[in-house]
Ligand binder design. Structure first.
Ligand code: C2E
Ligand code: MG
Ligand code: MG
Ligand code: MG
Length: 276
C-alpha cells in the first residue's frame, strides 16, 4: 500500500509539475505579448534624504496590467521571468519607460535619480551595458541619472561575473545599490570588492526597530558597516514616525517606505512632489 501511495504521490507530483510548467509557458508567452502591447507600467517609490528632508530619488517598480486579470504585482511574475532570457527584454522596457518618465520629471522641474531593479541574467547579456547606454543617451540622459539595484543573493549566484560587470557599470557612471541587505546569502568579503554606492537595509529589520532592541542593534551595525565600506545607507519599508526618529539617531542616510507615500504612477508622483 505504501508503494502505491508513493507512486500516487509521484504521479500527483508529476501532474503538478507539468501543470506548473505549462502555466509558466503561458505566463512567458503573455509577458512577451504584454511587452509588445505596452501592458506594463511603472510606479515610483520616493527616496528621502534624512539630512535635509529632500526627495533625492525614486525607485521604479513594475506593475503588469494583465488584459484579463487586471493589475499584477511583480512578486507574482518577476521570479519566473528572471529564470529566462525574457527578463532582458523586460528590463529594457523598464529602462526605456523610466527614461521617458524621468524626462517628464525634468520638464516638471523635478531633478532626481531613478532606481531600477536588475537581475543576474541582465549581467550575463553581453550587450547589456551597451544597450543601456544607447537607450539612455537616446533620451539625452546620463548613466549618473540612474541607480541599479541588485540583491545580495543575486550577486552570490555568480560572484565573479557580478564583480566584473558591476565594475564596468560603475565605471560607465551608473550608481550601484545592494538591495534587501541582510536577507540573502551574503559574504562580508564581497562587500569590499564590489563597487556599491549604497546599501539598502531590508524592511524586515526596519519594521520592528523601535519595538525590538535586537532589530535596532542589527540596523545600527548595518549602517556602520555600510559607512565603513563607503556606502550611503537606505532604510527600506519605513512606515512610522517613530521609525524615522530611530533611524535619525542611528545616522541612516536615506529612507523609503509607505510613511512618505505608497508607490505612485508618474502623473501622481509629479503632483505629490509639487505639494511635498
Ligand atoms: P524591492 O526592490 O526590494 O522593492 C521594495 C518592495 O517593497 C516594493 O514592492 C515596495 O512597494 C515595497 N515597499 C516599500 N516600502 C514599503 C513599506 O513601507 N511597506 C510595505 N508593506 N511595503 C513596502 P513591489 O513593488 O511589490 O516589488 C517587489 C519586488 O519586485 C521588488 O523588491 C523587486 O525585487 C521586484 N521588482 C519590482 N520591479 C521590478 C523590475 O522592474 N524589475 C525587476 N527585475 N524586479 C522588480
Ligand atoms: Mg529594489
Ligand atoms: Mg528591497
Ligand atoms: Mg525585495
Amino acid at each position: 500500500k505504501e508503494a502505491r501511495d508513493s507512486n500516487q504521490t509521484l504521479i500527483e507530483y508529476k501532474n503538478d509539475y507539468r501543470e506548473k510548467e505549462e502555466n509558466n509557458l503561458i505566463l512567458l508567452g503573455e509577458i512577451k505579448d504584454s511587452i509588445q502591447n505596452d501592458d506594463f507600467f511603472l510606479k515610483y517609490l520616493p527616496k528621502l534624504d534624512l539630512k535635509n528632508n529632500e526627495i533625492i530619488g525614486a525607485e521604479a517598480l513594475i506593475r503588469w496590467n494583465h488584459p484579463e486579470k487586471g493589475q499584477i504585482s511583480p512578486g507574482l511574475f518577476i521570479p519566473q521571468v528572471e529564470k529566462t532570457a525574457l527578463i532582458n527584454d523586460l528590463t529594457y522596457w523598464v529602462v526605456k519607460k523610466s527614461c521617458q518618465e524621468l524626462n517628464q520629471l525634468k520638464e516638471a522641474g523635478i531633478d532626481i535619480n531613478i532606481s531600477i531593479n536588475i537581475t543576474p541574467r541582465n549581467l550575463l547579456d553581453n550587450n547589456f551595458i551597451d544597450n543601456l547606454f544607447k537607450i539612455i543617451s537616446n533620451h539625452d540622459l546620463r548613466p549618473a541619472d540612474f541607480d541599479l539595484e541588485l540583491t545580495e543573493t543575486d550577486i552570490m549566484q555568480d560572484i565573479d561575473t557580478a564583480a566584473i560587470k558591476l565594475s564596468e557599470l560603475s565605471q560607465a557612471g551608473f550608481n550601484i545599490s545592494l538591495d534587501d541587505f541582510g536577507t540573502g546569502y551574503s559574504s562580508l568579503s564581497y562587500l569590499k570588492e564590489l563597487p556599491f554606492n549604497s546599501l539598502k537595509v531590508d524592511q524586515i529589520f526596519i519594521k520592528d526597530i523601535y519595538q525590538k532592541p535586537k532589530s535596532k542593534e542589527i540596523v545600527s551595525a548595518a549602517i556602520k558597516l555600510g559607512h565603513i565600506i563607503g556606502c550611503q545607507v537606505v532604510a527600506e519599508g519605513v512606515e512610522t514616525e517613530q521609525t524615522i526618529t530611530e533611524l535619525n539617531s542611528l545616522k541612516c542616510d536615506y529612507i523609503q517606505g509607505f510613511y512618505i507615500t505608497e508607490p505612485l504612477v508618474i502623473a501622481d508622483f509629479i503632483d505629490w512632489h509639487h505639494n511635498y
